[in-house]
Write a protein that binds this ligand. Structure first.
Ligand code: ZN
Length: 261
């Protein structure tokens, strides 16, 4: 059960415990017996219920839309303040365990650098779950030591059994490749070099005159990169790793499983 589902159903978990205990200690610096009484009281239960809905409601706050329209300069201190708030949601023991144990991620996510597709956020995954490689337009180039090293390390040393190629709708990288295929010359190195294979794929897509060239290219790009991963795994004689093609729909916030290759 996901964290949000759990919270929507009013299940009690340690997030509320920590927050409410801090609240109680802050308001009433009293001996532990009062804290125990408070925790068994109706007030505590009501507060817990009220707070369980906060994480799902918070994206609807008007503040959540500000960054979409504003280009005001960012206050970097905010990131540190939010980091402290985030860190304090978890017991120190949890952070220490993260440090004391080797990482054991469940999947390797090869996605686009687009800021609207943060893999751990959109899948509600805790740190330690997803090993990541992100680049413009979720490419897997067979001459790119960066991406290939990530794949190699993930499967050979971290024993990851699932590699996900994650594309997304409204991909600016794919859009740029369609533009370049239609009107060559507007891309410049190094982006031009990086996107060259995708421009070639865009030319092939355009030649077929599909109804929706951008989404066709985005989907075929996912398939193509999944093939590259499979080819690389074969060259390493790795046969027990599954490669998946997923598509994140920015307009709905939902993931689609395109293929289980
Ligand atoms: Zn993108």
């Amino acid at each position: 059960m996901s964290m949000i589902t759990s919270m929507q159903q009013g299940n009690f978990n340690f997030f509320e415990t920590i927050t409410l205990d801090k609240l109680a200690v802050g308001i009433w610096p009293l001996p532990p017996i009062y804290l125990l009484l408070f925790r068994s009281s109706q007030l505590y239960e009501n507060l817990t219920r009220k707070m369980t809905s906060y994480p799902t409601l918070s994206p609807l706050n008007s503040d959540a839309f500000d960054h979409l329209t504003s280009r005001m300069s960012v206050n970097l201190d905010d990131f540190f303040e939010r980091n402290v708030e985030w860190a304090e949601q978890y017991p120190l023991k949890w952070h220490q365990e993260q440090a004391n144990r080797p990482q054991r991620p469940q999947i390797l996510w090869i996605g686009c650098s687009d800021s609207r597709v943060p893999e751990s956020v959109i899948t509600e995954s805790l740190p330690g779950i997803i090993f990541v490689n992100r680049n413009i337009a979720n490419q897997v180039h067979l001459d790119d030591a960066n991406t290939l090293s990530v794949i190699q390390y993930a499967v050979e040393h971290l024993y990851v059994k699932h590699v996900v190629i994650a594309g997304h709708t409204h991909c600016g990288g794919a859009e740029a490749c369609l533009d370049e295929a239609l009107h060559p010359g507007h891309l410049e190195p190094p982006i031009k070099n990086w996107l060259q294979p995708l421009v070639k794929l865009a030319e092939q897509v355009l030649a077929r005159k599909p109804v929706d060239p951008l989404n066709t290219l985005i989907r075929e790009n996912v398939e193509k990169q999944a093939e590259h991963v499979q080819g690389f795994l074969r060259s390493k004689k790795i046969t027990d790793v599954k490669v998946h093609g997923w598509l994140f729909h920015i307009e709905t916030g939902l993931l689609e499983d395109l293929t289980a290759c």
